[in-house]
Design a protein around this ligand. Structure first.
Ligand code: SAM
Length: 340
């Protein structure tokens, strides 16, 4: 029997942040000058991660996504992939990355058994990339995507956060680029998550507007049937090109959300917007058995009522979720800690 929450949503999908560090400073995620990082000795070792994953798999988790921060900054990541890839019961092992280090790591990740890759890319213009991310890394990002394809990863996804006045004039060029690579582009609405301290509703380009603009360029767009709990609504252009839109800000999908998040230091969060998580590192390091860990996880999930993005939708005045000062006091509130 799957473990379900109050709304019948199963515990199925775990996003595993392996580091809170990042080699970019994207405006929508890390716009501040400095950050408070997780203490190194708190970071879970690979054996500890693997142990927790076993417990989660035993409770019904069958999809795992490695994220961060930038997950490829975690030393020896392919070794962790190797430990996770063959676990019985795991249907899907994916990685979300900015692609900068993929040029070096793609073949090793593939050989280690990683199933799928998602690469974040918000612009194809070098100057704009520099401005959006505060790093001059577009060439390595593009080369990383190519390296992923060359290493044999199929079903590649590219994620673009669309921000009005920043990169929304590139929705067509990025879709063309993804199509040329045989990748599926997903447009992500700019979200008011922790860390997005410069967020405002004016800068969100809603799903409806993205579709309208694309239809003006490409012609009629067909909506594809829903795929269970997947966050992206999927569409098809007249030439058959498929793309997605993740409309977490204007049309959230909380009703179907089966995701939870484990931070690199072993805090478990039931929602991207949740103010608090459950400490799994403490009990793990204190010698808890698998059963004792499961006894922490199961009741917590059963009581889950979180519908963070929907609640934000009903606010009359919508502003950034947390101020920079609050984030400094608790870095767990940050998107780059929680794992996007
Ligand atoms: N470093 C990796 C990457 O760049 O993909 C993984 C971590 S990143 C936090 C994961 C995803 O979160 C990225 O696709 C990023 O675009 C998204 N993200 C971060 N802040 C966001 C925001 N304010 N709104 C929407 N998406 C956001």
């Amino acid at each position: 029997m799957p473990v379900t929450d109050v709304d019948g949503r199963p515990l199925r999908n775990l996003r595993l942040s392996v580091t809170d560090r990042c080699n970019l400073r994207c405006q929508y995620c890390m716009p501040e000058e400095d950050y408070v990082w997780l203490p190194r000795h708190d970071l879970l070792h690979f054996e500890e991660i693997s142990r927790l994953v076993d417990v989660f798999i035993g409770l019904g988790v069958d999809k795992l996504r490695l994220t961060g921060g930038e997950p490829l900054l975690r030393r020896d990541l392919p070794a962790l992939v190797r430990m996770l890839a063959d676990k019985p019961g795991l249907r899907d092992l994916a990685l979300t990355t900015n692609g900068i280090l993929l040029g070096d790591l793609a073949p090793e990740l593939r050989a280690a058994g990683l199933h799928r890759l998602t690469v974040s890319i918000d612009t194809l213009r070098p100057e704009r990339f520099k401005q959006l991310t505060r790093r001059d890394e577009l060439p390595r990002t593009l080369a990383g995507i190519e390296a992923g394809i060359a290493a044999g990863f199929t079903g590649l996804k590219l994620d673009m956060v669309v921000m009005r006045g920043s990169n929304d004039d590139e929705i067509v060029p990025l879709l063309d680029h993804a199509r040329a690579l045989g990748a599926e582009l997903r447009f992500i609405e700019y979200m008011d998550v922790g860390g997005a301290t410069h967020w405002s509703m004016e800068r969100v380009v809603p799903r409806a507007e993205i579709l309208e603009r694309l239809a003006r360029h490409y012609g009629p767009i067909e909506e594809l049937p829903e795929e269970g709990s997947a966050p992206a609504d999927r569409f098809r252009l007249p030439d058959g090109t498929v793309f997605g839109i993740i409309a977490s800000t204007t049309e959230p999908f909380c009703h179907a959300c089966d995701r939870s998040r484990l931070t690199a230091d072993g805090q478990w969060y039931l929602c991207l917007y949740a103010p608090r998580g459950t400490d799994l590192r403490g009990p793990l390091r204190a010698g808890a058995s698998d059963e004792q860990l499961a006894d922490l996880i199961v009741p917590t999930w059963r009581q889950r009522r979180d519908r963070g993005a929907e609640q934000r939708l009903h606010l009359r005045q919508r502003a950034p979720l947390f101020a920079a000062e609050e984030l400094k006091k608790d870095p767990h509130l940050e998107m780059h800690t929680r794992g996007g």
